[in-house]
Design a protein around this ligand. Structure first.
Ligand code: UDP
Ligand code: MG
Length: 141
């Protein structure tokens, strides 16, 4: 099934000038980019995006990190897109991520792990809607 998933190039990715390299891997893996923008999250919007993790020990650090610099949210589409994107990025902790994955190759820690990927088709839709209006999602260019 063709699925939509939200990726975010996190502040460490943008700050370290890795956005182009990560985007190239996403394109090479066959994802269509329906929407792309650059945003600076705040404590409020970052906390809202990761609300499911509120109360976890890492939540405050996560929100501080996500609001520490510019992010690039990407609305992506591909056959089996949600699972394929999680495979492309690898496990949350780069130490556990498979060789050749984006997180294994670029991330420095479990917290600063370069990229976000939705964990289900339902969350993919909800998370895309967090950053993009319908008219910002362009099917055919
Ligand atoms: N995170 C963290 N420590 C943890 C678990 C998660 O700093 O022990 C951060 C990390 O940046 C991760 C994000 O919180 O990407 C969301 O966690 P989740 O478990 O949803 O991981 P993901 O889906 O991003 O692999
Ligand atoms: Mg997650």
């Amino acid at each position: 099934m063709v699925e939509r998933t939200l990726a975010i190039l996190k502040p460490d990715c943008v700050r370290r000038n890795l956005a182009g390299q990560v985007l190239a891997r996403i394109e090479k893996a066959g994802f269509r980019i329906l929407g792309m923008k650059m945003v600076k999250l705040t404590a409020e919007t970052g906390g809202g995006f990761y609300a499911v993790h509120r109360g976890r020990p890492f939540f405050d650090d996560l929100v501080a990190f996500m609001s520490s610099g510019k992010c690039v949210p990407l609305a992506l589409e591909k056959e089996n897109g949600v699972a394929d994107f999680r495979t492309l990025i690898g496990a949350t902790d780069p130490k556990d991520a498979a060789p050749g994955t984006i997180r294994r190759d670029f991330a420095t820690s479990k917290g600063e792990n370069i990229v976000h990927g939705s964990d289900s088709p339902e969350n993919g839709k909800l998370e895309i809607a967090f950053f993009f209006s319908e008219k910002e999602l362009i099917q055919n260019a």
